[in-house]
Design a protein around this ligand. Sequence first.
Ligand code: ACO
Length: 332
Amino acid sequence: MVTRRAYITHMGSYLPNRILTNADLEKIVDTSDEWIVSRTGMRERRIAHEGEFTSDMGYQAAKKCLENAQIDPNEVDLIIVATITPDYLFPSTACMIQELLGASRAAAFDIQAACSGFLYALGTAKSFIESGIYNKILVIGSEKLSSIVDYEDRSTCVLFGDGAAACLVQEGGSGLRIDAFELGADGHQNHLLILPGGGCRKPTSLETLKNRDHFLKMDGRGIFKHAVRRMEQSMVETIEKANLTCEEIDWLVPHQANIRIIDSLTKRCGIDDSKVIKTVEKYGNTSASSIGIGLDEMIEKNLIKEGDNLLLLAFGAGLTWGSMVLKMVGAK
Ligand code: ACO
């Protein structure tokens, strides 16, 4: 039997050109550049334009990805979109992007695992490819977090930004081979980061609007405590599954929630700081898009060499977490 292997062969990303700086935030809430930089590492984030939605940003990233691959949208078998800010509760954002792309042959669905969504979607794509069901899958992370952020709440509004990334996962060929992954969740901690309103438990009403339940609520300290521990456990498991050691990891591509979380993981992983991808300063936390945006920047800068091992690490609401090992095979 021939073993099928899933590869990320091409990527694309999209960031709106509207910039919200720490100085801008100082005018909106009681905060300071010094507080934001020292607690989070963030200096600015991108904000979608009026009339620009999660599907539009996801479409732009996917279009670039398919252009890089020189693949007609009709060749795509499946579109998976990871997002916590879908255009609508339904239909899925994946269906909206399918229409925008004209990818009429593709099946389409959304995955919701908050900031871990990109890794959940990539793991799903790998499984579809390696089981022989599909050959070409578009995995997209797209978020318009500015639509669920409360710009009257200084403890959350400084953290989040908008953007999208897409990758084409194919059987065989060359690119980033998906060697191993691990996903996890702890529903006991679901209250730590939540959008309380708008679902069937608290449908939109005058009361939910008054309570500002249509905006995300977060216990930052609570999340912080779990984040490093869960990602470290996940990392150890996945590196072992890939038959590697920490020393053999060439690049760390973590979710960009907070520079202090990233620095802590860097130490635990024992990897040199120059080998850790950090976009948090420029884009803030873009949830399901952040790992894809980081990966695309690495590819654009031609940083990844033949045989390099990459470790992707994510953590988010749910709580959810995940890690994945990729190997560059057949680099040009
Ligand atoms: N500017 C100035 N002061 C602020 C701000 C602000 N923007 N926000 C909070 N403060 C104040 C608080 O009111 C508090 O004041 P007090 O001591 O007088 O009560 C003080 O700063 C400390 O607040 P903490 O919340 O304890 O600050 P902390 O050092 O924990 O940093 C932060 C907060 C940055 C949110 C941090 O906890 C964090 O990054 N947590 C992880 C969050 C995370 O990863 N979330 C994303 C998950 S991904 C997803 O699924 C979308």
